[in-house]
Ligand binder design. Structure first.
Ligand code: HEM
Length: 309
């Protein structure tokens, strides 16, 4: 039933549902900028020749965000949180990782993502999304259910610092001998996972994530461990809605340190397009149709906001 929705149509759907906010991201519009460094563990070189894992510290520009194109989305919203990283490698090379705090994504195809966004368009009468349309979307798109179920059952984190972030897609690690390994990765917070209680969900103010992260970093740097999961034959490679079995081999391959946090206005992360296909030698994409679709969609959003639209 793939009808081949285009990246332009998906960005238009985001604008239709969330409005056009000139000069701003069409998705993950609300967020904060951060910076720090990454030290990769040389043990990763069994799997990849990427300069990320030289063992030397590399500068990182980061952005923490909430999913969706509503600039006023409350920080209690039961939606995904994002962490986007730009690693600055020697010789001006770049590596991006643009992740969510859910282990899986809510669409196996761009069409499902499009239908999801359209189903959330506010009803002109109530000014709110129509719960019946959201129900109908879920019933007709089983690939949306694992992430929706995860977001239903897991409250959002108390802080961006108290969440794991998942690469979600499968990627290829290519080593010095040109051997390819299918992998997934995630970043696990050294501060520990901590979610809002049901009471806090109701009582928290709409804006606390940014100030809480600024306050946290004043106490000292914030760290995440980068954990690599090694795929086994038969593990889904091109479907980001499907988890891998939990008994796969895992290796700690680096530490991310965030040392400064600011609001996004005028800060360095604001003008970065965290296109997940920006990759340095040693890491390559799979044929995951969602991963490949993200790049043109981000380019359209980026082009619009850079030109003040
Ligand atoms: C069909 C699938 C998807 C579409 C169409 C889409 C679209 C977009 C767009 C248009 C932006 C704003 C880009 C900009 O103006 O710079 C964005 C941001 C973002 N997306 Fe996606 N996305 C998709 C899937 C995903 C997936 C699978 C993930 C995580 C694995 C993800 C994580 C993020 C994050 C974290 C940001 C914020 C990046 C930043 O801070 O600049 N997205 N997305």
């Amino acid at each position: 039933a793939e009808t081949g929705v285009t990246a332009g149509q998906v960005v238009s759907a985001l604008e239709g549902t969330f409005g056009v906010h000139a000069g701003e991201r069409r998705n993950h519009i609300k967020g904060s900028c951060a910076a720090g460094e990454f030290i990769g563990a040389p043990v990763a070189r069994d799997y990849t020749r990427s300069a990320l894992f030289s063992g030397k510290p590399l500068p990182v520009i980061a952005r923490f965000s909430l999913a969706g194109g509503n600039p006023k989305v409350p920080d209690t919203a039961k939606s995904a949180r994002g962490m986007a990283l730009e690693f600055r490698l020697p010789d001006g090379k770049l590596q991006h990782m643009t992740m969510l705090n859910t282990p899986m994504f809510g669409a196996a195809t761009p069409q499902t993502f499009f239908d999801d966004i359209v189903s959330k368009k506010p009803d002109p009468v109530t000014g709110k999304p129509d719960p019946e349309k959201i129900k109908a979307f879920r019933a007709s798109h089983p690939d949306s259910l694992p992430q929706a179920d995860y977001l239903d059952k897991n409250n959002p984190p108390v802080s961006w610092a108290n969440s794991s972030y998942f690469g979600i897609h499968t990627f290829k690690f290519v080593n010095q001998a040109n051997k390819t390994t299918l992998v997934r990765w995630r970043f696990v917070p050294q501060d520990g996972e901590k979610r809002l209680s049901d009471d806090e969900l109701k009582s928290s103010p709409p804006n606390f994530l940014e100030q809480r992260l600024i306050d946290r970093v004043k106490q000292g740097s914030i760290r995440w461990d980068m954990i690599l999961t090694i795929g086994a034959p038969g593990d889904p490679e091109n479907n980001p809605t499907l988890s891998w079995p939990s008994n796969r081999k895992e290796v700690k391959i680096g530490t991310l340190t965030i040392a400064s946090v600011t609001s996004q206005k005028g800060a360095e992360c604001e003008r970065i397009n965290f296109d997940p296909l920006v990759m340095a030698d040693g890491i390559e994409p799979t044929n995951d149709p969602i991963l490949l679709f993200r790049s043109p969609a981000y380019a359209i959003s980026f082009g619009k906001r850079l030109s003040g639209k």
